[in-house]
Design a protein around this ligand. Structure first.
Ligand code: ZN
Length: 527
């Protein structure tokens, strides 16, 4: 009697002597289970001809048994796997079970010259929604894209390699995808060798990182499908052949690391209150927030020197070429602005660092100018305080931990900031500080008048003029200090007010903050 071939949905814990014809969708890299003692595990995602997906796993020595089997997109007969309840995290379809492949599981290659198209459905995220999941501990995203550029492989630590690729889809957004270790060694090499053909990938369960403002990175649970046989490949390819030149321009403009391009102004619904953001930092390390701005108290320096590659603070001169101990790249030393500000909305305050071009754009001064001012013994606090007070900002912030003087400290970095005037359709009422704070800021000024003042987010030319004058005459120093005395008294009072109202989660600003854009550590472990 010929064997009966079942479908995935036919098979449950009671099934006996069964066979299902499956097609391999995903073959993951070997990981370790999280439960102690850690065991080696290899996961697969399979589908039957009906498109019902099922996850399967092999453990320890059994992994070796299936080494040459279950190749992506090929079909196999599987008989006699152990049926277990699917863990909700790994449930991949309406099918409630998953399969464990063991010594007596029979896997037979289905002989055919070319396997059919994958019959199962896929769900993808838009690049433009990636910011919603940035640095989340609980959500990963899956994207369909063409790979159009391969950067050279990098050795980040002696036992860890990465390689960055540029991917694009019909949204015409260029994003960086970082492949780590085994992903680079296997999929990365295939992609690099076929890059001229712009291979299509399904990057499944990748993490959204704030490396280079916003990028994607593999973690242990990820899987990269290269040129999967699917019916709807053509529209993306046609789109690319039409828009190839525009994509090339974006590539040359390095749009893949431009926060303006990657993090455009958000919609109102994506902006959290600072109170909610502080709570959500428990599971997601980024948020869009908005509020009034003040210069944080107690800063003595507004610039730092950084590795031009990873932006990590380095004690080096700007004409040095260094081998960075953080990113291990040979790099120039860059002079960058770094300013501590306090953002306040009606629910809470948060201290943040704003650096580099984002800071320079707000203050309309360069890091070199700030360094010059310091070299001439001019304190810029009053001037910067006056500038910052003009702003209400919508900012994309990241919270991170850093060790300072042996102590673990929490810091918040602004990755992208928009003055409210640049963000359409934002309800400014949601950003205004509570009445008590407004009173302390403006004295007897009415709310309406205060709003008008704040909305004039034009830059006072004083600081710029001042720095021009520095170059010409040292006499400027005296006049500046006299000029700013009144402002200094006001801003000092203000910053004290803010310190009192600041959330206990915030920490004082100092000048040794690590780069906010450091790469995440590769998570090598599965469930
Ligand atoms: Zn570096």
């Amino acid at each position: 009697m010929p064997r009966h071939i079942s479908t995935v949905l036919d098979i449950d814990k009671e099934s006996d002597k069964w066979t299902v014809l499956i097609q391999v969708v995903e073959r993951n890299h070997i990981q370790y289970t999280r439960k102690a003692p850690p065991r080696r595990i290899q996961r697969f995602m399979l589908t039957d001809a009906q498109g019902t997906k099922v996850s399967a796993a092999a453990y320890e020595n059994c992994i070796r048994l299936f080494r040459n089997l279950l190749v992506p997109y090929q079909r196999y007969y599987i008989s006699g796997a152990t049926i277990i309840n699917a863990v909700p995290t790994y449930k991949v379809s309406e099918y409630p079970y998953s399969w464990v492949l063991h010594y007596s599981t029979l896997i037979e290659r289905y002989l055919e010259p070319i396997p059919p198209m994958l019959p199962c459905p896929f769900t993808f995220d838009n690049f433009s929604d990636a910011h919603k999941h940035a640095e989340s501990d609980i959500t990963l995203i899956s994207v369909k894209a063409l790979v159009i550029y391969a950067f050279p492989q990098k050795e980040t630590t002696p036992d860890s390699v990465t390689r960055d690729f540029l991917i694009v889809n019909e949204e015409k957004k260029l994003m960086l995808l970082t492949l780590w270790n085994e992903f680079q060694e296997y999929e990365g090499n295939i992609l690099a060798n076929t890059i001229a053909t712009a291979p299509m990938i399904f990057a499944m369960r990748v993490k959204v990182s704030t490396f280079n403002s916003l990028s994607l990175t593999t973690i242990g649970l990820s899987c990269i499908l290269i040129n999967p046989p699917v019916h709807d490949e053509l529209p993306l390819r046609e789109w690319y052949s039409i828009h190839k030149d525009e994509v090339k321009i974006l590539l040359e403009a390095k749009a893949y690391k431009d926060p303006e391009f990657l993090l455009p102004p958000p919609n109102q619904e994506h902006i959290k209150t600072i109170h909610d953001a502080l709570i959500s930092f428990g599971t997601q390390k980024t948020a869009w927030i908005g509020g009034t701005v003040q210069l944080s108290f107690g800063q003595t320096r507004f610039w730092y020197t950084a590795c031009s590659n990873c932006l990590k603070t380095v004690e080096a001169d700007t004409d040095w070429i260094i081998k960075c101990s953080s990113c291990r790249q040979e790099a120039e030393v860059e002079l960058r602005c770094r300013i501590g500000i306090t953002v306040t909305d009606p629910t809470a305050s948060i201290q943040c660092l704003i650096s580099g071009k984002e800071a320079e754009r707000l203050i309309q001064l360069t890091a070199a100018q700030l360094k010059d001012a310091e070299a001439h013994g001019i304190t810029m606090n009053q001037e910067l305080s006056a500038i910052m007070k003009k702003y209400r900002l919508i900012c994309f912030i990241k919270t991170y931990e850093t060790t300072f003087q042996g102590q673990l400290q929490r810091r918040n970095a602004i990755i992208k900031a928009y003055p409210t005037a640049e963000v359409p359709n934002i309800s400014l009422a949601l950003l205004d500080s509570p009445p008590t704070l407004q009173a302390s800021e403006t004295g007897t000024t009415s709310n309406t008048k205060q709003k008008q003042v704040i909305e004039q987010q034009t830059f006072t030319p004083t600081a710029k003029l001042l720095l021009q004058e520095i170059a010409e005459s040292t006499a400027t120093k005296k006049s500046f200090i006299t000029k700013s005395t009144t402002a200094a008294t006001t801003s000092h009072k203000l910053l004290e007010d803010t310190a009192t109202s600041a959330s206990p989660n915030t920490t004082p600003i100092d000048e040794t903050a690590a780069s906010p854009t450091k790469k995440p550590k590769q998570e090598g472990k599965g469930n």
